[in-house]
Design a protein around this ligand. Structure first.
Ligand code: ZN
Length: 523
């Protein structure tokens, strides 16, 4: 073996290494050896053995070894942002807290003219950079490419490859028009304005055509970059026909692909199920079961308005729930039944959702709210604990990615996706409990280095993979057109507002058999 063929190796020495199977409050000091893209060893004494000239069996003889001191640092598994959308990265800070349906009309691609490939690349890079800077090493991007353009899919995937984050990529699709997806819209909004009503994506065809489109998009790009894997993204069950969901079920089983969807995010979405799915007793969970996709491969984002019997069905099926507590509050969607999910044994992962409805790609915020929001319905002490939050942000997210044998912990054999945090930051002084201070105190300020696939993509707080300053300049130029288009969208929505609010009021006056707001008996 010549030197150029030797694997790169990194020794991260003398840091506290977080292991959710060990002492999460005072993790022990370990040396962590990375060889190539994987963790080769994690134990005390590797640095001392090397200094004393003793052999380290996990280190190939001619490996180029980079040494990083982690003294006074904490090494954690990289977070898995299990629900994310790259399509509205550039709209962070554009909206106050507004109801979900109004936000969708203001922020999502079908409401806007077609974007340029340059804008799509820039927003994908920027979103990934924000994730990396807060210790996220994997994003699960449920991306709307509408109108559909193969060049735009290429732009997104190339951006992920270039920036160096790990991505599970799903095209967000539906075959029911947006105007049909929200209760009372088609009754209340005047016909002359209804062309302005759209959803998270609009139909790219009918059931089987959409399945073929996605199948073709995947096949044309094989193999994708090793850090990019595919998932399937039916936007929400009430907007997808049996043919579409059943076809995705076949594709998922055939290729082992995860399926991501939104469910019961808002009361309106839940009312739609009650109205439109009488055959399934008004339950989208029964609908998913009938379509053959209620399985451990399925991840249900939000799941705020879930009935107790549906929670039991999810637990029995091993399906995943991905909670997005920040986005749910900002869009006035309510609070998910967090403790009932935990008590039923439903696997819970965490996401940061859209940049314009949560407006931060920050798992520290998600973890803190995840632990805090059980207070809304459960005043007595109990789970989720800080450890539960860390497990949701790492291990459970890896499961939703279909990568649980590779990600989610710092153990030999797993991929080297990690973040190194500064324990001298005031968030960790004094160090009473690493787990609790990660979840309740830290907000992302201490993240110094981030490694994905054995490569530092954030080093000494600098992104190593792309030129961030150039990206900022490019974004500033792109925003001229985007702001102009946003103004047009907002003026149109302003004209529709009285009708949209009337539809919203009618939803709130409807009885759907449960309430996810503060009040007695909410479960
Ligand atoms: Zn979403």
């Amino acid at each position: 073996m010549n030197a150029s063929a030797s694997p790169a190796a990194v020794l991260i020495s003398g840091g506290r290494v977080l292991d959710l199977d060990g002492d999460v409050h005072h993790p022990p000091v370990r040396d962590l050896l990375v060889v190539g893209e994987r963790i080769a060893a994690c134990r005390p004494g590797i640095a001392a053995d090397l200094a004393a000239g003793r052999g380290v069996p996990e280190l190939p003889p001619r490996a180029a070894l980079e040494r990083v001191s982690a003294k006074d640092k904490l090494v954690i598994p990289g977070f898995v942002n299990a629900h994310y959308h790259s399509h509205d990265v550039l709209l962070k800070g554009c909206f106050e807290t507004i109801p979900l349906e109004l936000w969708v009309l203001s922020a999502l691609p079908p409401a806007f003219p077609k974007r340029s490939s340059a804008e799509i690349r820039a927003r994908t890079l920027l979103g990934a950079v924000e994730c990396l800077r807060s210790g996220i090493t994997t994003v699960q991007d449920l991306a709307t490419v509408y109108p559909y353009d193969e060049a735009h899919v290429d732009a997104i995937l190339q951006a992920y490859e270039d920036v160096g984050i790990r991505c599970v990529f799903a095209l967000q699709v539906a075959d029911v028009p947006g105007v049909k997806s929200i209760p009372f819209w088609d009754e209340v909004v005047p016909a002359s304005m209804q062309k302005g009503l759209s959803g998270a994506v609009e139909p790219l065809g009918r059931g089987a055509e959409v399945v073929e489109l996605v199948k073709g998009a995947i096949a044309r790009r094989e193999p994708v970059h090793p850090r990019v894997t595919w998932a399937l993204g039916p936007t929400s069950p009430e907007r997808c026909s049996e043919a579409l969901l059943g076809g995705f079920g076949d594709l998922s089983r055939g290729r082992g692909l995860p399926i991501y969807t939104h469910i019961y995010e808002s009361k309106a979405m839940t009312l739609m199920a009650r109205h439109g799915h009488r055959r399934d007793e008004g339950s989208l969970i029964r609908y998913l079961e009938r379509c053959g996709i209620l399985s451990p491969k399925l991840s249900l984002a939000h799941s705020v308005w879930m009935l107790p019997e549906e929670i039991r069905m999810l637990a029995d099926a091993g399906a995943n729930v991905v909670l997005n507590p920040v986005g749910n509050l900002k869009t006035k969607s309510g609070v998910a039944p967090i403790r009932p999910y935990l008590e039923a044994g439903v696997p819970l992962a965490l996401g940061c959702d859209n940049c314009s409805c949560s407006d931060a790609q920050n798992m520290f915020q998600s973890m803190k709210l995840f632990t805090a929001l059980a207070a809304v319905t459960h005043p007595e002490p109990g789970p989720p604990t800080a450890r539960d939050a860390l497990a949701a942000a790492t291990l459970a997210g890896a499961r939703t990615a279909g990568l649980e044998s590779d990600l989610g912990a710092l153990k030999p054999g797993l991929k080297a996706d990690l973040a190194i945090l500064d324990l001298t930051d005031p968030s960790f002084v004094p160090l009473n409990s690493v787990a609790r201070q990660l979840v309740f105190t830290e907000a992302g300020r201490s993240v110094e280095h981030v490694m994905v696939d054995g490569r530092f993509v954030l080093r000494d707080r600098r992104i190593t993979s792309i030129d961030e300053a150039a990206l900022r300049e490019e974004v500033a130029e792109l925003m001229v057109a985007l702001r102009r288009d946003l103004d047009v969208v907002l003026q149109r929505n302003e004209r529709m507002l009285p009708y949209l609010l009337e539809a919203h009021r009618r939803v709130w006056q409807s009885d759907i058999g449960l309430n996810r707001y503060i009040g007695a008996g909410n479960g």
